[in-house]
Ligand binder design. Structure first.
Ligand code: AVI
Length: 320
């Protein structure tokens, strides 16, 4: 069965997402301009991200899918049947079915802020698993989320694949892991993807692909600001950039101004110098140790860990 999602995103009288506007205005006012990466994912951004996952250079999705395929039995044995699987994000058309077929859950609850994408991907999944109760919730999962009453009493498995945890700085990641624990309740399990530190050229290529899909994904953030926040940012004045930051063990994405540029967002004026950047994403890469330290800081104890054959990506099962 497929329940229509609950709507939990706060909008003003004109339908503007208040948190989006606040983050953009604050981020563009900082000395190093920066906008949180979660705002990439409107419907267009979510589709572009799906395209990224199919790129030859973007190894994480293939590596994680390989783990879920090759280790399905082992994973299922450790988790057991009958869980409510709570996915933090809309779910991928490949990874989610792999997990659901492996572990025979009772219910599936995807949480996401991109409402239309959430509803269409949930409907597709419900069609694939007709016996499964699917309860999508449109919500910002960075905060504690009230789960639908239908899954009360079921054991909970949080699923957070894709190394999305790597898109947060340590403090935010820790806060998220703690709110996941609150959302899921005592005794819950968490299956989480964590991308690994590796050769920098491999990393840079994964975030600056030859076809320019990642560039389009990055630039869509500016287009989204223009569409939703009454802004006039000249898109042709910005170029995509991916760089490795060794101090923080992360790939950074920026939008670099190609010339001096000025624009307004929601009536507020902004100016940028040629060469100045808007920092749009961090994608932290982990070692076994740094991954486990982060989980522990968020209140989760690692129980098992798998990597793909090439050792590019890890999937960790943790217990609260
Ligand atoms: C969703 N997240 C884990 C992706 C990543 O690899 O950090 C987002 C992404 N950004 C550029 N390419 C993919």
């Amino acid at each position: 069965t497929f329940a229509q999602g609950l709507k939990l995103v706060e909008r003003d009288a004109e339908g503007v997402d208040c948190a989006f506007r606040a983050d953009v205005l604050e981020g563009l006012s900082a000395p190093q301009k920066a906008i949180p990466a979660r705002w990439f994912y409107d419907d267009i951004g979510s589709e572009l991200f799906e395209d990224i996952t199919r790129l030859p250079e973007y190894y994480p999705t293939r590596a994680e899918t390989e783990i879920l395929t090759d280790r399905a039995q082992e994973i299922a044995q450790l988790i057991g049947p009958g869980h409510a699987v709570v996915e933090f994000g809309s779910g991928s058309s490949v990874k989610t079915p792999l997990l659901l077929s492996a572990i025979a859950p009772s219910a599936y609850v995807p949480l996401d802020i991109a409402g239309d994408f959430l509803r269409s991907s949930s409907a597709a999944l419900a069609a694939k698993f007709p016996a499964l109760d699917v309860h999508p919730v449109e919500a910002d999962f960075m905060r504690r989320v009230e789960l639908p009453h239908e899954v009360t009493g079921l054991p909970k498995l949080g699923f957070f694949p894709g190394s999305t945890i790597g898109n947060m700085i340590a403090r935010t990641a820790t806060d998220l892991l703690r709110s996941m624990k609150e959302t899921l309740g005592e005794g819950a399990l968490l299956l989480i993807g964590m991308d690994l530190v590796k050769d920098h050229d491999v990393l840079i290529a994964a975030y600056d692909d030859a076809q320019g899909v990642t560039a389009a994904f990055n630039c869509n953030l500016l287009a989204r600001i223009n569409r939703e926040l009454d802004a006039d940012i000249p898109l042709d004045a910005f170029a995509h950039e991916a760089r490795w930051n060794d101090t923080f063990a992360r790939i950074e994405m920026h939008l670099r101004a190609q010339r001096d540029v000025s624009f307004t967002v929601s009536g507020k004026p902004f100016a940028m110098r040629a060469g100045e950047t808007i920092h749009t994403e961090n994608s932290h890469k982990f070692t076994r140790r740094s991954g486990h330290q982060l989980l522990a800081a968020g209140g989760w104890e690692p129980r098992a860990r798998w990597t793909d054959a090439a050792g590019q990506f890890s999937l960790v099962l943790a217990e609260s």
